[in-house]
Design a protein around this ligand. Sequence first.
Ligand code: B1M
Length: 221
Amino acid sequence: MNDNDSHATDLDARLDAIYEATLDFDADAVARMVAKEVELGTDLQTLINDALIAAMEELGELFAEGEVFVPELLMGAKAMKAGLEILRPLLTATEAKPRGVALMGTVHGDLHDIGKNLVGMMLEGGGFEVHDLGVNVAPEEFWDAAQELRPDVIGLSALLTTTTPNMRRTIELFRGRGWNGHIMVGGAPVSKDFAAEIGADDYASDAPGGVVLAKRYVAGG
Ligand code: B1M
């Protein structure tokens, strides 16, 4: 085994330990190990995707199979959030602010916020002033906030098949009232086709993709 191989193996083992700690709902251990990775200079996207998001995907599968229930999803989310809080200063750090204003929220009926929060942090890191309306946001609430803030980009998140119609309702309200600004959508049940169908400007499959879109909008694309 050469030196690079052994580094890769070490990293794999450490990411695996974070993945396991998330699935054990051990928020303290997740925070500690994530902080260690920051010290070691581990690539943040690798850390987020291969350890934290991978654990949430596994938890989702266990839930779908009836092996775990809502309380476990909540505890897993708490563990993942503990890791993301350690990363927040790094993800949000930027020199040039503000590139533009972004308004974010999870649509009505939907309480999932981890993905939306990640997109918000990365938008901040990309130089955006981010206003986050939280979860379960009704179309009128998005509208009122947009009137006040006049954002360059609005980001809607949904994680439930049953709440994607509320994404459509939100966009219908905006378009019906003549809003021509950029609206992007994201979340596991959302697709590029669905985004086009409901009148969104675009869809991002992950947080970095959302930042690419938002930067393109403010650059006039
Ligand atoms: Co829920 N849940 N949940 N849950 N939950 C899912 C989504 C599910 C897929 C699990 C499963 O069955 N396999 C399933 C949905 C099935 C479906 O509709 N297709 C489900 C269900 C059914 C439910 C309940 C109905 C369960 C119940 O009560 N019987 C209930 C609904 C509550 C409600 O919202 N009204 C429920 C509740 C919950 C908790 C509250 C317990 C908890 C959320 C805690 C929280 O967010 N604070 C929870 C969790 C944790 C999950 C899973 C396990 C993990 C979600 C997550 O945070 N992933 C999830 C399973 C899964 O996703 N595989 C599941 C990590 C996160 C980083 O990824 O949010 O996808 P994600 O974000 C990604 C991309 O999608 C994208 O960027 C991120 C990555 O970079 N993205 C955007 C997201 N938003 C974006 C916006 C953008 C751009 C990109 O621009 C605007």
